[in-house]
Design a protein around this ligand. Sequence first.
Ligand code: DGY
Length: 321
Amino acid sequence: MPQNVKLLVTRQFPANVLERCQRDYNCTLNPNDTDWPDEELIDQSFGHDAIFFSSGNKFTADVIAALPNEVKILATFSVGYEHIDLSAALKRNLVVVNTPHVLNEATADIAFMLMLCASRRAREADKMVRNSDWHGWTPTQLLGIGMQGKRLAILGMGGIGREVAKRARSFGMIIHYHNRNRLPEHLEQGAIYHQSAEDLMKVADFLSINCPMTPKMKYFLNTDKIKLLPNQAIVVNTARGGLVHDDSLISALKSGRVFAAGLDVFGGEPAVNPEYLKLDNVFLSPHIGSATFETRDAMGFLALDSLDAFFAGKEPLNRIA
Ligand code: DGY
């Protein structure tokens, strides 16, 4: 084990993960569970061979250029890597690894939680009981939209999207998807492919956003796309907040053009557009897609497997640069 390797750990990862870091590496830990600002991150990185961090640390071209030469590899505790300038890393011969696959199921569970909570009005229901505003069952109280027989449009049919599809099949939904490339039949499992994302919007009784955030996809769900959705669609986002143009979605939620939304991620998080907070037809959660004990351990262990391989002179797993 690479105990002579100096590892900078920028966050308080789960106890099992930190234990393994400290067992196998010469670690510098961050005693506070907050992201260091860029300058401090750079200062802290001196004397380290590797940095293990989460998406709160932004490895921009400027930060990467300022890292000392001894830093050879960056390991992000996330599948998403929009916080890292990969071309700057490549230019500097800096290896970068991430943690895909192990969070697919947990994130799909949260997408489903959001679909159910949005379509069945969980926020209003909970509020009614807590506020003692419930005065008994009525035939038309809090009617929502059922999932059975509805078309679920999955934007981004990678590992998470396919897990969402798997759950949706057992709810009797008809799966449609758009992906950069059509999936082979054994992965498609009867899901209907749409070559354009716009076409997919037209069948989205329920829309689940599961694609990576790229500059091209910024504000994907804007007023024009919302106009394509069937009336009273349900929108859920467990990918990245920047994929949604908040003002457009908020106005569609206010008018009822979109029936409800479930959001786990936000542009500029942890800040949340205050208009969402006023709406009863939005169910909100604080970026908990991968937040299970099992998944967070698995993410940490996967990153450490990659670091172990790299420092043993092997090709690291899940190398993205
Ligand atoms: C991921 O793994 O990308 C999660 O969203 C946490 O950043």
